[in-house]
Ligand binder design. Structure first.
Ligand code: S3P
Length: 234
């Protein structure tokens, strides 16, 4: 039997149920109703998960992870969950079972994550193209589209492999085509943030500001610590 057997079984739905229950309990306690707003840790008052969407190379995982840290929330990467459940890489899933099988696994994993506790969820680039997933996200989460221009994306994707859509293909051509097809769909997300020009920490702050505008909840995060030099007391 192939190492990728789990992609076809319902194990895909929940690779680690006890951990998820623990997270849920922690989040439920953290968001208990009568606590004064000011005593809640930053991010605790977001009532919905935040889902990062966008093309490969836009930084959904790295920005999502930084965002979770700033908002003191849990982070989960949908692709990593699929890999953990299937017991093999995304490339192997595509090769062994084909893209449709990956997409159906992706749909059920994201549905399971959305039905869990409030957290930051990074999705793979194609996830938001699925109408069912999009509807589920619209009902249960806040979607953030991370956008970048073609040159930036080509540069970023060349830094890491493991992406079946650009394996044995010209990344510029594939990404250009995907942009034309997918950008109008990503544009349905609740929030759009440009990621081409700034470093990840700056983009993360822009996502926080956009979330504050969108939800009306401010501040969602504690101010960023700035390193101050000690004064010379001599
Ligand atoms: C895909 C993007 C990948 C991964 C899979 C398919 C896509 O995720 O889910 O290779 O369809 O754009 P990243 O966007 O994290 O690279």
């Amino acid at each position: 039997m192939s190492a990728c057997h789990a992609i076809l079984s319902n194990k895909l739905d929940d690779p680690n149920p006890s951990l998820n229950r623990a997270n849920h309990y922690r989040n439920t306690k953290m968001r208990s109703p009568t606590t004064a707003e000011t005593t809640l840790p930053p991010g605790a008052h977001l009532e919905k998960s935040v889902v990062m969407v966008g093309l490969m190379g836009t930084g959904k995982t790295s920005i999502g992870r930084m965002l979770a840290k700033r908002l003191k929330m849990d982070f989960v990467d949908a692709d990593a969950e699929i890999v953990a459940a299937a017991g093999c890489s995304i490339e192997e899933i595509f090769e062994t079972h084909g893209e449709p099988s990956f997409r159906s696994g992706e749909r059920s994993v994201i549905a399971r994550l959305l039905d869990g506790p409030v957290r930051i969820i990074a999705t793979g680039g194609g996830a938001f193209m699925d109408p069912e997933t999009r509807e589920h996200i619209a009902k249960n989460a806040i979607s953030v589209w991370l956008h970048a221009d073609l040159d930036t994306l080509v540069k970023r994707v060349s830094r890491r492999g493991g992406r079946p859509l650009i394996k044995n293909a010209d990344p510029r051509q594939v990404i250009d085509e995907l942009m034309k097809i997918r950008d109008p769909i990503y544009a349905k997300a609740d929030i759009r943030v440009e990621t081409s020009d700034d470093p990840s920490n700056k983009v993360t702050e822009q996502v926080i500001a956009a979330l504050e505008d969108y939800t009306g909840l401010k501040p969602l995060a504690a101010p960023k610590k700035t390193t101050t030099r000690k004064m010379d007391t001599k």
